[in-house]
Each structure stands twice: as structure tokens, then as C-alpha cells.
Ligand binder design. Structure first.
Ligand code: ZN
Length: 303
């Protein structure tokens, strides 16, 4: 495995004007005849309660101190995975676009920095349809941002977000998520193809059901030339507590019990096999490995 990482010089006027610290870490890994790259979409700014509220607070506080993580505010990075080989230029998710949070929605300018134009993208494979993963389907003018891409989504996930009842059942805090996903999926309906658990969605890329974070969340197992990696999306949603205490229920997950089971199973499998993983909200560009530590795991950034 060859891994290179570099920080691109940040010159975006928009980032400077907004007073944001540009984060343009790019991680890269060769896999058989192709290359896996993560491209930053910026980061999110979330109240700590969003993640930590359901966790056992007495045990959480010393753990956060040990991991040097704030209880009050989280700023998770957003890493969009890009797969390139001779035939295809594939994105896994497409970022938040301009309507979600001022600190996110940087994907197009950061793709440009690695030499990828929107019309170069042949496929977008979705892990799930939360705003930071799918709202980037539309550009700042409300037009499709990746006009030539075929869109691939798990059938269960697609059915959930296109169900008119979801906006009423998802809960007030996430109602805007439902409206935003439904609007976008309707606009691109003629370009969407559906798949199920175990399907080979593209050559060497197989869907792995990892439900819980959302009702139809999918991870993807990549196998090329005798090597492999797994794109885990938000099934392992942060680089700290999700690894250290994967069984704890997380407020970030729509079905916390199912998500905790999924997370434990994935981490056990990834740590046992040593397979590199790519996580949407993991640090250092998001490529690394799960390593057993103190009864749980820790995320070791690839270097
Ligand atoms: Zn996310």
C-alpha cells in the first residue's frame, strides 16, 4: 500500500472571507490498477450533545479528556472518497453543497485542485442520504452539480428518503434532512440506479449493508489486484468514541441500537483482517486502520 498525503495550499477567497480555517488535507492510496483519494468537503460544526447526549456521561468525560475531544462542540471533517481507474471516476457521496453549513460544501473547488472537473465524474455511489453526503448533488444555482454521473444508491435507503411519510416520522430535528433529500432525489430520478446488500455496484466494488446510522446505510468493500479497502461512510462516524467504545449508543445515529451493532461488527472485521478503511468523518484525510486498544479500538491514520 502506498500512501501519500499533502496539504494543498489554500487560496479560496470564500474560505478566507468567511473567516474559516481551510482544511484541504488529501489522503491517497493505490489499490490495484486504481487510486483511492479522499477530497475534503470542509467540516461540520455540531453541538456535542448531537453525538454525546445518549452516552453514559460519568464514563464519557474521562474518556474525552484522554482522547482530547471537546464535550461542547465538534468539528468533524468531511472526506469524500474518489476512486479513479482507467474506466471510471467514482465519488462515494458528493458533499453538502452550499445550503447546509457555511463550513462545508467545498468539494467542487477541492476536486478541481486534484484535477477532476464535475463532468469527469462517471458515477456517484451513496453511503446514505444525510445532507452532508447528498446535498452536494445541486450546485449554488440549484442545478445538478455532476450532470453526467450515474447515481447509485441502496434500495432501502432510497425507498426511505423518497417516502412522503418520512418527513413526518423522522422527528423534528431531522425534518429538513427529509425535505432536502426528497427534493434532490426527485430532481435526479432518471439517473438513479438501485442496489442491494452484496451487489457488485461497479467492478470490484461490493455493497455491504450497514444499517442503523440511517435505515439503509451502505458501506463498500473494494477489491483490486489482491488488495482491498472498505469505504465505511458514517457506519463508523467519528475517530474517537466510535472506536474507543463502539457499543455506546450515539445521538448521531437514527437507530442507535442497530448502528452500535453494525459498528462493532465492522470494527471487529476490519481489525481482524487489517483491511484499510476510509471514513467520511475520520481525521487525517480519513484513510487508516482500526487497531485494538483498551477493550475497544483506535483509528490509526495511514502514513
Ligand atoms: Zn455524515
Amino acid at each position: 500500500m502506498r500512501v501519500t498525503r499533502r496539504t494543498l495550499l489554500a487560496t479560496a477567497a470564500a474560505s478566507v472571507a468567511a473567516g474559516l480555517v481551510p482544511r484541504r488535507l488529501v489522503a491517497e492510496m493505490a489499490l490495484g490498477d486504481g487510486t483511492l483519494t479522499t477530497v475534503s468537503d470542509g467540516h461540520l460544526v455540531l453541538p456535542g450533545d448531537f453525538l454525546f447526549a445518549p452516552m453514559p456521561q460519568d464514563a464519557l468525560m474521562p474518556l474525552l479528556a484522554e482522547l482530547d475531544v471537546s464535550r461542547d462542540t465538534l468539528e468533524p471533517p468531511c472526506n469524500v472518497t474518489l476512486w479513479r481507474d482507467a474506466e471510471a471516476t467514482v465519488l462515494f457521496d458528493c458533499g453538502a453543497g452550499g445550503e447546509f453549513m457555511p463550513s462545508a460544501g467545498r468539494l467542487l473547488e477541492n476536486l478541481d485542485a486534484v484535477g477532476v472537473a464535475p463532468e469527469d465524474v462517471t458515477h456517484i455511489v451513496f453511503t446514505h442520504a444525510h445532507p452532508d453526503h447528498i446535498w452536494g448533488l445541486l450546485d449554488d444555482f440549484g442545478d445538478p452539480a455532476f450532470p453526467d454521473a450515474q447515481l447509485l444508491m441502496g434500495a432501502t435507503e432510497h425507498a426511505y428518503w423518497t417516502d412522503p411519510a418520512t418527513v413526518d416520522t423522522i422527528g423534528e430535528a431531522r425534518a429538513a434532512f427529509a425535505v432536502g433529500a426528497a427534493r434532490r432525489l426527485e430532481m435526479v430520478a432518471d439517473r438513479v440506479a438501485l442496489f442491494n446488500d452484496g451487489d457488485e455496484v461497479l467492478p470490484g466494488i461490493a455493497a455491504v449493508a450497514s444499517f442503523g446510522h440511517t435505515p439503509g446505510h451502505m458501506a463498500f468493500s473494494l477489491a483490486r489486484g489482491g488488495t482491498g479497502a472498505m469505504v465505511v461512510g458514517d457506519a463508523i462516524g467519528n475517530g474517537h468514541v466510535a472506536f474507543a467504545r463502539p457499543g455506546w449508543l450515539s445521538g448521531a445515529d437514527q437507530d442507535p441500537e442497530a448502528a452500535a451493532e453494525t459498528r462493532q461488527a465492522l470494527l471487529s472485521q476490519l481489525a481482524d483482517s487489517g483491511t484499510p478503511l476510509v471514513g467520511f468523518h475520520l481525521p487525517g484525510g480519513g484513510i487508516g486502520r482500526a487497531v485494538p486498544a483498551d477493550g475497544g479500538y483506535r483509528f490509526e491514520v495511514a502514513s
